[in-house]
Design a protein around this ligand. Structure first.
Ligand code: SF4
Ligand code: SF4
Length: 302
């Protein structure tokens, strides 16, 4: 089962939810009954490692494929530039210019070039870190994180590689938690697409509500089942406004993590809530119950 954790905006506590769910699942299943995987797909700013403290066993460079045009075969017909949705090609009277940073590596130009003038070359975009993590060095969580190169903005290909790595390693009953990047643009869609359940994390602020609406629109368009975790919840005007929106839309509220200084302190020193706060551990157990055995419209207890 693949569970993605996303949010319409940064700073809502998405990673807090993702790492605590992964750590709790590892504690319950021991990594034996069911393997537990955590994939940090927030590749521009991966911070799951601050909480899970993995032992990195392998760090490999990640590449995307971009076109290389053979000037001896190219007839300057312009078909490739016409077909490129990302404006990454410019056909001049003398040559074809490839704007590496704009290329999504989709391969369309190679397909449309009837003159066989396009081949592919690798472009390094980041690093994939792989290792083991888990409370007390138990190594029960299989950890994979994409780290985008500084200055690089083409994150979807790196996210795709992270997902391919983790999905090829995970077997039928294993549980994969995908920590997506914030927002509702291409990187998030690459992270959450085809997942079995999406946990949307929000907070009771005007920006939080606005960006939650965008995130809800995104997952509804993708046709994915989802529920919502409200972080830093308190029973005030903002909190009630958020709940009213969810009630109006008949959305599922999975959990409310309260606004509390002790919670902020645990997070600020890189601790896991499930290790240091029994109330939070119970809350995450309930949350895990609701998402992990989601089947259609049914929830079962662990
Ligand atoms: S489609 Fe092929 S032949 Fe035509 S301009 Fe592009 S690379 Fe050159
Ligand atoms: S691989 Fe795709 S994005 Fe890149 S230049 Fe070719 S058509 Fe454009």
């Amino acid at each position: 089962m693949i569970i993605s954790i996303a949010s319409g905006k940064g700073g809502t506590g998405k990673t807090t939810v993702a790492v605590n769910l992964a750590a709790l699942a590892a504690e319950i299943y021991g990594g034996e009954k069911r393997g537990v995987f955590y994939a940090d797909c927030d590749v521009e700013e991966p911070d799951g490692h601050l909480f899970l403290k993995p032992d990195i066993e392998d760090s490999t460079k990640a590449h995307t494929l971009i076109p290389k045009v053979d000037p001896d075969k190219c007839t300057l017909c312009g078909k490739c530039a016409e077909a490129c949705r990302f404006n990454a090609l410019l056909v001049t009277r003398k040559n074809v210019i490839v704007f590496d940073e704009l290329c999504h590596g989709c391969g369309t130009c190679k397909i449309v070039c009837g003159d066989d003038a396009v081949s592919e070359r690798e472009r390094e975009i980041g690093v994939i870190d792989e290792g083991k993590a888990g409370a007390g060095g138990s190594g029960r969580i299989n950890y994979v994180a994409g780290v985008l190169n500084v200055g690089e903005h083409m994150s979807p290909p790196l996210i795709k590689i992270v997902r391919e790595r983790i999905e090829s390693a995970a077997k039928g009953d294993d549980i994969v938690f995908i920590d997506a990047s914030p927002g509702t643009s291409c990187p998030v869609i690459e992270a959450v697409r085809d997942t079995d359940y999406v946990v949307l994390v929000t907070e009771p602020t005007p920006f939080g509500l606005n960006d939650l609406k965008l995130a809800v629109g995104m997952v509804e368009t993708l046709g994915l089942p989802f529920g919502i975790v409200i972080n830093r919840y308190q029973d005030d005007e903002r909190g009630r406004e958020l709940l009213e929106y969810m009630e109006d839309k008949k959305l599922t509220v999975l959990a409310e993590i309260p606004l509390r200084r002790s919670i902020a302190e645990i997070i600020s020193r890189g601790g896991l809530l499930i290790d240091e706060d029994m109330e939070m551990k119970n809350l995450f157990r309930e949350l895990l119950n609701r998402v992990i055995l989601y089947r259609g419209d049914q929830y079962d207890e662990i």
